[in-house]
Design a protein around this ligand. Structure first.
Ligand code: GCW
Length: 680
């Protein structure tokens, strides 16, 4: 087997190319001579010698062609990111594993615009869009915002490394404080993103340090170069900016959003950025959060702050992604009335109607912080007139740090499908998607670095892929997405497919089973957040407590006796969560402080559940490696070795979680494990 290159080891590698008919017939001239057009040309070179043909046309070309039965009006209405697809000839379905003899198959793709054509092309390459023979199907994204945020630093940060919460090596973009000379991998990466429909990317950490702040001004040239690469894939580039920039970069005495000098400074800076990058996306801002500067210093609120930047960008069509992750990270652990889970709601819900049209409030999917399990953020249903984006974390900060196998699509799906109220209330995804007039969508923190497998754990590529697919269509099924990723990456060998399914499909629930129980969250080692440390955050200022003592555990967030957080939801959820009887088991300790002897709906007591699931989870982890071993020789050797090494670490770590949690809660409760399994 040849030594795989990093491109081979992601889904646009050799297996994807195998889907492509050979005599690809490109007619991508005319209005498509832009950079996307040349990109389509480049992609054609991936096609091996399979007979058949592929016609790619944009809408004006298609109208002028012989395809007079194409759904022109519908496609035009679906927008420039949409595409129409039809197969003709042998009746095979390009999305089907058993595509069979494609000798006479012919695929026709019409793009609503250049990006639609590119997406249609990738869908064919990756087998993502079944094309029933004879009939046209139209595919269009369910979200207009499909964005990835990079938490990359130009300089390696002493505590956080080069990529904050990055588990895949250094930054793809920067090296030694500057943009890399060789950006070939950024080109590959931009293709990976476009192939699953990503259309926006932010290229630096939301914690904006001194050097990275200068991307906005003296290092704008680096942004220009990255924007050129991403442009070819229809992806707009965004910068994370510091709210204090007028002071730190501009030498002003203030960054007060109501100060005219500050407003003029931001306008001048935005004008300069757009002079260099006419299709620049805009800014991402983390303000008044974990030490980042913000409008509170001047007695202003977050609408004042966001609108300041929005008004500088508006003349150029730019957007501000303003994060709602605002809470008191210096709280006194003795203070039981402050609840971090409430913070984003308390700060932002009252500001609905105050944000300018080009502000998108970016809300983490849960009220705490990307935990393995937590409730859905009540902010999303509380700002009906504000453009919103749900923020997900592809990088596995709290979900195994790309050392543990953890396929997150089922967890994201569960959040996206969450109905905001009774009966046919819209789901969280529908609310975020917004309307044609006020579009929103999804933003996620990337899990990619300069690692040869892109994501450290090669199987963590599935999360990046799934994120794009769910941003395109939140109703897509997590298992089907997994299958798509497996075929695109590893081909259609049945043994490979079934093993990967077994390893990945329920890996999130497996991870949950041996880590913090029943929605209580955290219990991780402070700082790096890897591995168990039950009391690690208990007496810290971060607002992340479990309140376990000899009698019970959990956070009382009820209206009746707790922080009142449960009351921030509309019905039925306010009532469902308020009562121990109706609260779902998996969120019991998120909403309630209960005795260890509390019985779950599963019939087990809380303490026995903690004992059992930690021990059973560990046993299941032990089954992963022998299963993976069966793929030796069926997947590239270096990839097989990397996964094997990581599975050994997952076993070690899961054992540590099991033993620390079982022992801790035995010591706390004094209640025996009825199975008699070892406790230390
Ligand atoms: O989960 C926390 C992380 C921080 C991160 C922060 C955020 C970029 O531990 O490292 O900072 O979230 O989302 O801003």
């Amino acid at each position: 087997m040849k030594t795989p290159s990093s491109t081979d080891l992601a889904w646009l590698g050799e297996h994807a190319a195998a889907h492509l008919p050979a005599q690809v017939r490109l007619r991508a001239d005319g209005p498509l001579t832009g950079t996307i057009g040349s990109e389509i040309d480049r992609l054609r070179s991936l096609a091996p010698g399979v007979p058949g043909s592929l016609t790619l046309l944009d809408l004006p070309q298609a109208r002028a062609s012989t395809l007079d039965d194409a759904p022109f009006e519908e496609l035009a209405a679906a927008g420039e990111e949409a595409y129409a697809l039809r197969s003709r000839g042998d009746g095979s379905d390009r999305g089907d594993d058993s595509a069979g003899d494609a000798s006479s198959a012919r695929l026709e793709v019409i793009g609503g615009g250049a990006r639609g054509l590119l997406y249609g092309f990738y869908a064919v390459v990756l087998g993502l869009a079944p094309a029933p023979s004879g009939a046209w199907t139209i595919h269009s994204p369910g979200n207009s915002i499909r964005m990835l945020d990079h938490w990359d630093n130009m300089i390696v940060h002493p505590a956080m490394g080069q990529v904050e919460r990055g588990y895949a090596g250094g930054s793809l973009f920067y090296e030694d404080g500057e943009l890399r000379e060789d950006l070939t991998r950024v080109e590959h990466y931009s293709r990976l993103l476009a192939s699953v429909g990503i259309n926006r990317v932010a290229i630096n950490n939301v914690n904006v340090h001194a050097r990275e702040a200068t991307l906005l001004t003296e290092r704008l040239g680096s942004v220009v170069r990255l924007a050129e690469i991403f442009r070819a894939q229809g992806i707009a580039v965004f910068l994370s900016v510091s709210f204090a920039s007028p002071i730190t970069l501009g030498g002003l005495a203030t960054s007060d959003p109501l100060d005219e000098g500050v407003q003029a400074w931001w306008r001048r800076v935005a004008d300069a950025v757009y002079a260099a990058i006419p299709d620049f996306g805009g800014f991402v801002v983390k303000a008044d959060s974990e030490g980042q500067p913000g409008p509170f210093a001047y007695g202003r609120d977050h609408a004042d702050g966001a609108n300041l930047l929005a008004r500088a960008l508006a003349p150029h069509g730019g957007e501000v992604f303003w994060r709602a992750f605002v809470y008191d990270h210096r709280q006194d652990w003795r203070d039981r009335s402050t609840d971090r889970a409430r913070a984003a709601y308390d700060h932002f819900a009252p500001l609905d109607r105050r944000f300018d049209d080009n502000v998108i409030v970016q809300v983490k999917h849960g009220p705490l912080d990307f935990q393995t399990r937590e409730a859905v953020s009540p902010v999303i249903g509380a700002m009906p007139t504000t453009r919103l984006a749900v923020e997900l974390q592809v990088t596995q900060e709290y979900t195994g740090q790309q050392k543990h196998v953890c396929y997150l699509a089922p967890w994201w799906s569960e959040n996206l499908r969450f109905p905001s109220g009774e009966d046919d209330a819209p789901t969280m995804a529908q609310i975020a998607a917004g309307s044609a007039e006020r579009p929103g969508g999804m933003v996620a923190v990337s899990n990619v670095g300069d690692d040869e497998f892109w994501t450290g754990h090669p199987l963590a590529q599935s999360n990046l892929f799934a994120l794009g697919r769910l941003a395109w269509d939140w109703t897509a099924d997590a298992d089907s997405i997994l299958d798509e990723w497996i075929s695109a990456t590893f081909g259609v060998d049945q043994a490979v497919r079934s093993t990967l399914r077994e390893l990945l499909a329920e890996s999130w629930l497996l991870y949950e089973s041996y880590t913090a129980p029943l929605g209580v969250g955290f219990m991780v080692r402070p700082g790096h957040h890897y591995g168990p440390d039950v009391d690690g955050y208990e007496y810290t200022p971060w607002g992340t407590y479990h309140f376990a003592d000899r009698d019970g555990i959990g956070v009382d967030r009820t209206v009746a006796t707790g922080t009142g957080y449960a009351g921030l939801y509309p019905e039925p959820w306010a009532s469902v969560y308020e009562s121990v009887d109706t609260c779902p088991d998996e969120l019991l300790l998120f909403f309630h402080h209960v005795p260890y002897t509390q019985r779950l709906h599963s019939g087990k007591t809380v303490i026995q559940h903690i004992y059992d699931s930690r021990a059973d989870g560990y046993e299941r982890v032990l089954q992963l490696r022998p299963r993976w071993q069966q793929l030796a020789g069926l997947v590239p050797g270096p990839l097989h070795e990397r996964v094997t090494t990581l599975l050994i670490e997952q076993e070690r770590s899961a054992g540590e979680w099991r033993d620390q949690l079982r022992t801790y809660f035995h010591r706390a409760s004094g209640i025996a494990d009825e199975t008699g399994r070892p406790i230390y």
